[in-house]
Design a protein around this ligand. Structure first.
Ligand SMILES: [Zn+2]
Length: 233
């Protein structure tokens, strides 16, 4: 294989390696825990905690209503039982019963508010849980596909690197050194094709003699304008 063609092939492999490495690090950066999912889980846990607290309050409220009812019943029994006969005491008992009943009604209103809030919270939680489950499913699928992509890129890189080693082993040290130097200086493109007498690296028309020397390919010929190694295909 001619020197120019060999270096051109090496460049093709190097450009592909570079692109695959970039893709590999992009894929790798997207693998792992999702911040949005972690936040959604925390928010759900907070809502569940809030619901549990509301349900505790509901139970306490119910207990309070039962208690007030029992106390009122006990006093009513005394009031209508006939054991108390003094009018002043009866009036006081009556007042206490009314008081307890008022308290109970107020407590029942509070309890209804709590129950409405519990119901709303439960509905909201069901929706949130469904959304989170869907997001987790999407995330798992995405992670699986990213893992596959990562493995494919890794395998492709191994093949390319092997190909590179093969190409390098057939290239002389001086050509390789020139290639590496120009590769750094020309953003990865050390070799330029010659098409219709023009260097495809800098788009400048080359002197005929330069094109001819490049075509003969007995030595490496560099573009007089951009320094790239010329390759006539
Ligand atoms: Zn050029």
């Amino acid at each position: 294989m001619s020197k120019g063609r060999q270096l051109y092939e090496l460049q093709e492999v190097d450009l592909e390696i570079e692109a695959k490495r970039e893709a590999f690090s992009l894929v790798t950066s997207r693998l792992g825990e999702s911040e949005a999912l972690a936040e959604a889980r925390i928010s759900l846990a907070k809502d569940e905690e809030h619901l549990a607290e509301l349900q505790r309050n509901q139970r306490l409220g119910e207990w309070e209503v039962d208690d007030l009812q029992a106390k009122a019943a006990l006093l009513e029994e005394k009031l209508y039982g006939g054991s108390v006969k003094i009018p002043k005491e009866l009036a006081s008992l009556q007042e206490q019963v009314e008081n307890l009943k008022r308290k109970r009604r107020a407590q029942e209103d509070k309890l209804l508010d709590i129950m409405a809030e519990v119901e709303m919270m439960q509905k909201g939680l069901t929706i949130k849980k469904g959304e989170l489950a869907r997001c987790e499913e999407n995330w798992r699928n995405e992670q699986a596909s990213l893992s596959r992509e990562q493995a494919e890129l890794s395998a492709a890189l191994a093949t390319l690197e092997q190909k590179r080693r093969g190409l390098i082993s057939r290239t002389d040290a001086a050509s390789l050194e020139l290639y590496e130097t120009l590769r750094v200086r020309r953003q990865g493109r050390a070799v330029a094709k010659v098409e219709q007498g023009m260097c495809q690296g800098c788009r400048i028309a080359l002197p005929m003699s330069e094109v001819q020397r490049a075509r003969m390919d007995q030595e490496l010929v560099q573009c007089s304008s951009c320094e790239r190694i010329l390759y006539v295909s």
